[in-house]
Design a binder for this molecule. Structure first.
Ligand code: HEC
Length: 273
């Protein structure tokens, strides 16, 4: 092939690449440790696959329609896992969500239902707001999520692996507060694990690779002015801004002012530990 021919081929490739999503693989580990790998097409043709409408989708911030399977249908027999174990959902960028198993197994009338949305190769999803990638290839979404207080970080997108793991508090003693910690700090610890631990380690605890450890080597309460730390958690871009920044802000619905103060109380209590 002459070089201009190669060039033309590249131009053609570049023209066509963006309109189809990549075929992707999802790694699922059962409670007994059996690892299975599913392809996009296998999941799309799963007997329980449906078209679902997700109101107020956590990733896109708007109503979305997906081809999806109930999460409970693909995670093996979760009924026997003990109450110290949850689902660990790991995204391509190193985000790690921990989702309690009972939330995934409950019936429709008991609250929000978790589904695994599958991005079809032929009709890719739109890019996420402010990002140049979609929520695919797989994403955990909830029907009636906001109504059932499903936390914003319990909507992991760009999912690569789903398995089981002991809850963070049972797995990592270094998350623990001192016995005499305040109620605010204790509440802040719960919020930290739901809303921050997906991207931040604490005292070396955690497996996420996205954001900095929030106690080692230093805790942000030791180098941020209190107001600036509050503002940074509410909306990092009000404190500093650059194109590749990864931490998003939290709306009042996702994290109230009181909850942010409680998270800061947890950070403050951990600074001496
Ligand atoms: C989606 C991932 C994500 C979540 C969720 C998240 N963060 Fe972050 N955070 C980051 C990343 C990544 C950085 C590094 C700066 C950047 O890229 O935005 C960061 C930076 C920070 C910093 C600044 C640290 C420094 O030394 O510069 C603080 C403080 C912080 N986060 C606190 C929190 C708290 C508290 C929560 C929970 C309420 C939280 N973050 C939730 C990803 C996240």
């Amino acid at each position: 092939m002459k070089s201009y021919g190669k060039h033309a081929l590249w131009v053609l490739l570049c023209l066509f690449l963006p309109v189809t999503a990549q075929a992707a693989e999802l790694q699922l580990t059962s409670p007994s440790g059996v690892v299975s790998v599913y392809q996009t097409d296998e999941l799309l043709s799963h007997p329980q696959a449906r078209d679902i409408v997700v109101a107020n989708d956590g990733g896109y911030g708007q109503d979305m329609t997906y081809r999806a399977v109930p999460l409970a249908a693909v995670i093996g027999d979760a009924s026997a896992v003990d109450d110290q174990t949850g689902l660990e959902v790991i995204a391509l960028d190193g985000f790690v969500a921990n989702i309690p198993v009972p939330l995934v197994l409950r019936d429709r009338d008991e609250g929000a239902q978790a589904w695994l949305a599958i991005e079809p190769e032929a009709s890719p999803w739109p890019n996420l707001p402010g990002k140049n990638v979609s929520a695919g290839p797989f994403s955990v979404v909830w029907i009636d999520g906001p109504a059932s207080n499903i936390r914003s970080e319990q909507w992991p997108y760009q999912v690569a692996k789903i398995g089981y793991a002991e809850f963070p508090t049972a797995r990592w003693p270094q998350l623990a507060l001192a016995e005499d910690a305040t109620e605010n700090a204790k509440h802040g610890k719960t919020i930290f694990i739901d809303q921050c631990f997906a991207c931040h380690r604490m005292n070396g605890a955690g497996i996420t690779e996205l954001g900095p450890d929030l106690n080692l080597p230093m805790n942000p309460v030791e180098y941020f002015m209190p107001d600036a730390l509050f503002m940074l958690i509410r909306d990092p871009a009000t404190v500093r801004h650059w194109p590749e920044m990864q931490m998003h802000g939290f709306t009042d619905d996702q994290l109230s002012d009181g909850e942010i103060h409680d998270v800061i109380a947890y950070l403050t209590a951990m600074a001496s530990r």
